[in-house]
Design a binder for this molecule. Structure first.
Ligand SMILES: Nc1ncnc2c1ncn2[C@@H]1O[C@H](COP(=O)(O)OP(=O)(O)OP(=O)(O)O)[C@@H](O)[C@H]1O
Length: 297
């Protein structure tokens, strides 16, 4: 099914789903001060690839997603989604940490509501919503309201809602951050399974090193405010990765150690970080001289 919106015939020859070149963005507060959220960001999401933005709090990850979705414009720089200026629409699926379900609609109606912008008849909308709720294992809860669902189930509805439009790009902003650890791992498996069906381009945001490694083809590490790309690395682990074995894979362990150290250094390097401003404890001041560094790769 075609979701409409972006020109599909020309898109076939475009290798990059998303392209950002030299993107900078600042916000002005009411008192006239300026927050520089992103500085000179260049990155791309190849068609069919799963790319994750990993970085400390406040480094501009959400701002970057909103720019790709066309909700806000950069101050300078070039942004293209399949070769065109970005604009919100059914070709771009969004999944947020806070679910954003409509509380007075059932799970089925929430998914159908997202499909209203597509040229589908009502019975087709109903059938498509039903199909996608089935894909996330919620057929039995189609008539439940959000308040009657657990956090994991709500996020599965949100995932069904985004995927039901069959977007060419999925933008996911810390979608599993408010879900308990066990459900989060199951949701990662679920997402991988669904993504493998169609392989849309995904731009995923997380603070979690483990989540980034398990899910991604490529991880883009963003530095602290103003956010900028400090490193981009390919995750060369075999798929599927949901076997528990993945976590004992030597390459996984190596990547995890490296990225965790990089993240810690980026958080501590942020002059606005609360960790930077607090007094060191007596144990920290007595840290051993051979403290490990992140440069061991
Ligand atoms: N509309 C806005 N007006 C003013 N400042 C903003 C606005 N949106 C974002 N910012 C500021 O821009 C910076 C980047 O914010 P953003 O939410 O993109 O970061 P983030 O990496 O997604 O953060 P987190 O990981 O904590 O969710 C922050 O300092 C934030 O306060």
């Amino acid at each position: 099914m075609s979701a409409g919106g972006l020109p599909r015939d020309t898109a076939a020859s475009v290798a990059q789903a998303v392209l950002l070149e030299g993107v900078s963005k600042s916000f002005r507060s009411g008192k006239g001060s300026r927050t520089e959220a992103l500085r000179d960001v260049t990155l791309s999401v190849p068609e069919g690839k799963f790319v994750t933005l990993l970085g400390p709090s406040g480094c501009g990850k959400t701002t970057l997603l909103r720019i790709v979705d066309g909700l806000i414009a950069p101050d300078i720089g070039r942004v293209e989604v399949y070769g065109s200026a970005p604009r919100p629409g059914p070709d771009i699926g969004l999944v947020f940490q806070s679910f954003r379900l409509i509380p007075w609609l059932t799970a089925q109606a929430n998914v159908e509501f997202a499909l209203r912008s597509l040229a589908l008849s009502r019975p087709d909308r109903q059938a498509q919503a039903h199909e996608y709720l089935g894909l996330v294992g919620l057929t039995g809860f189609a008539q439940a309201y959000p308040a009657e669902l657990s956090g994991g189930m709500k996020q599965r509805v949100a995932l069904a809602r985004a995927l039901a439009c069959e977007p060419r790009i999925l933008l996911m902003d810390e979608p599993f951050a408010s879900i308990d650890a066990q459900t989060r791992e199951l949701m990662q498996v679920e997402l991988m399974r669904l993504w493998a069906r169609r392989k849309s381009a995904v731009l995923f945001v997380t603070h979690s090193v483990d989540e980034a490694i398990v899910l991604s083809d490529q991880i883009v590490l963003l530095g602290p405010r103003p956010g900028r790309v400090v490193e981009s690395l390919d995750v060369d682990l075999d798929r599927p990765r949901w076997a528990y074995d993945t976590r004992s894979d030597a390459r996984y362990v190596e990547l995890r150690r490296y990225l965790s150290a990089r993240m810690r250094d980026l958080v501590l390097a942020d002059p606005q970080s609360e960790f930077f401003q607090r007094e060191p404890t007596s144990t920290e001041t007595a840290a051993p001289e051979n403290e490990p560094t992140a440069s061991g790769r």
